[in-house]
Design a protein around this ligand. Structure first.
Ligand SMILES: Nc1ncnc2c1ncn2[C@@H]1O[C@H](COP(=O)(O)OP(=O)(O)OP(=O)(O)O)[C@@H](O)[C@H]1O
Ligand SMILES: [Mg+2]
Length: 472
């Protein structure tokens, strides 16, 4: 009796390989006679049948891939140790593909005041683009790694890698931009960075209600700032054309309570940009400053409040500080954040990396600032926030009392012309519990406050005058 000799593994592969190769050769000759869609369906069935063959069940995806008429593109969440923004955009795009045919959805409400948001929750999504079939899989591995995998027919290569993927990523990004919530980010002391370099900034949702409409300031100035910001937001092509980094600096100056911080909030709400509130006093040195600034996101406003208090701004002041600390026996850190560190950053790396960033400095004492810090080009627009004018008062009266005019407005107008009062102090007087019944009381209260201020400012001015005369 003849012995049945089991073919060796190598022989097995060769035989199966030859058979499959012949099958695909025959199919390749026939496929041109089939319409596109039918061709794909047949190939899918063929491929599934091959996958079910006992031998192929044991084969890895890579070996199967050799016979597959399909191609795959993987988008990993982390690629070469860096976050993959295409992955994020694709996930957003796929999540937003909600329609009545979708069977699995997830609902989410981040805040009580926001509407319920639905996202698609399938991990396998099939779609058609310009007659081309595309299959997506959202995969999550045991080690926590995530990936989107795209499968398509090789004959659709140019459509998928060209217009389709471009469309998906752009659409995903624009959905992200529409849904983006403004966040307020604060820098952590570097002590905490050592735990994880990710922890440079801590962020919370930004819910400040300030808008340009509620900003009490001269309408002309307000329009100027508004159109400057909008031109910046829509200026991608312009900045590209002139070869300048897509960044803009604003210096806000004025006495306390004139609306500098409120204006920053209104800017963030207008542009839907997050705020990176940089507390310089907790930054140890220029290296840390660089790391923090590089870690900011695009479409953001980087704010350094009270810049004159956070930095040794001039050589002169530095000298004074140094001698003061010597007297007190303190040794000043050699590596502290310096003005030149900040300026080098703004001019150097800052313009070379990251786009769509706004830098805002605020100060109560513009005169104290170093010329180098505020020269045009670094701070593109200087905005003075000043004492309350009648125009500004009318906006506050509308905000706080829903009032367009009142018999007492005339008196208030003339008092405002003679008195320096901040919008914050005016607002304080206009805060009432019941708008209907307390309007008169609030306006009269404001008039009293203005009269008192007028008297005390006059007394101060007289005293100053006397002092000046006596010095002469
Ligand atoms: N121009 C303004 N328009 C509307 N509200 C204002 C304005 N200025 C001040 N306010 C009101 O006064 C409060 C204090 O203003 P804000 O904190 O913006 O002042 P600031 O200029 O940043 O002061 P500081 O120099 O002390 O930081 C705000 O919460 C806001 O309600
Ligand atoms: Mg402020």
């Amino acid at each position: 009796m003849g012995k049945i000799v089991k073919p060796k593994f190598g022989e097995n592969i060769t035989t199966i390989g030859t058979n499959i190769a012949s099958l695909f050769f025959v199919w390749d000759t026939l496929r041109r006679y089939f319409p596109h869609q039918l061709k794909i369906t047949i190939e899918q069935l063929l491929f599934k049948a091959i996958q079910r063959l006992p031998f192929f069940k044991k084969c890895s995806d890579k070996i199967l891939g050799l016979f597959s008429p399909y191609a795959q593109i993987r988008f990993r969440e982390i690629e070469e140790y860096r976050y993959n923004y295409a992955y994020k955009a694709i996930k957003t795009y796929l999540g937003a593909k909600v329609n009545s045919e979708v069977k699995s959805l997830k609902g989410n409400q981040v805040k009580e005041s926001t509407p319920l948001d639905f996202k698609r929750d399938d991990d396998k999504i099939e779609e058609e683009f310009e007659g081309v079939k595309i299959w997506w899989e959202l995969l999550k591995f045991a080690d926590g790694k995530k990936m989107c995998r795209l499968t398509f027919h090789r004959s659709d290569w140019s459509v998928v890698t060209g217009s389709y993927l471009r469309y998906v990523v752009e659409e995903g990004k624009s959905i992200e931009a529409r849904k983006k919530k403004v966040r307020l980010c604060m820098n952590n002391p570097s002590l905490n960075w050592k735990i994880s370099m990710k922890n440079l900034w801590t962020s919370i949702e930004f819910e400040h209600p300030a808008t340009f409409e509620t900003m009490a300031m001269d309408p002309k100035k307000k329009d100027e700032i508004l159109s400057d910001l909008l031109a910046f937001r829509d200026g991608k092509e312009y900045y590209n054309k002139i070869g300048k980094a897509w960044k803009r600096g604003y210096l806000l100056y004025g006495p306390p309570g004139t609306g500098k911080s409120t204006l920053i909030a209104a800017m963030a709400n207008l542009l839907n940009y997050s705020i990176f509130d940089l507390e310089l006093t907790s930054v140890e040195n220029n290296w840390e400053l660089k790391r923090l600034l590089i870690a900011t996101a695009s479409k953001s406003i980087i704010v350094i409040e009270d810049i004159d208090c956070s930095l040794d701004l001039t050589g002169e002041r530095k000298g004074k500080d140094a001698s003061n600390s010597e007297i007190k026996g303190e040794k000043k850190k050699d590596n502290a954040v310096t003005l030149s560190g900040l300026l080098n950053f703004i001019d150097g790396i800052w313009s070379a990396c990251g786009q769509e960033r706004i830098l805002v400095f605020t100060t109560n004492h513009v005169g104290k600032l170093d010329e180098a810090l505020i020269r045009r080009g670094r701070m593109d627009m200087h905005i003075e926030l000043s004492y309350c004018t009648f125009n500004a008062f009318k906006i506050l009266a509308k905000n706080y009392l829903n009032l367009d005019s009142h018999i007492l407005f005339g008196k208030i107008e003339s008092l405002l012309e003679e008195t320096k009062i901040t919008p914050a102090d005016v607002a304080e007087n206009l805060m009432v519990k019941d708008r209907e019944s307390e309007v008169d009381g609030a306006l009269k209260g404001l008039i009293r406050a203005l009269e008192q201020m007028k008297l005390s400012q006059k007394a101060k001015a007289d005293e100053q005058q006397k002092e000046n005369i006596s010095q002469i």
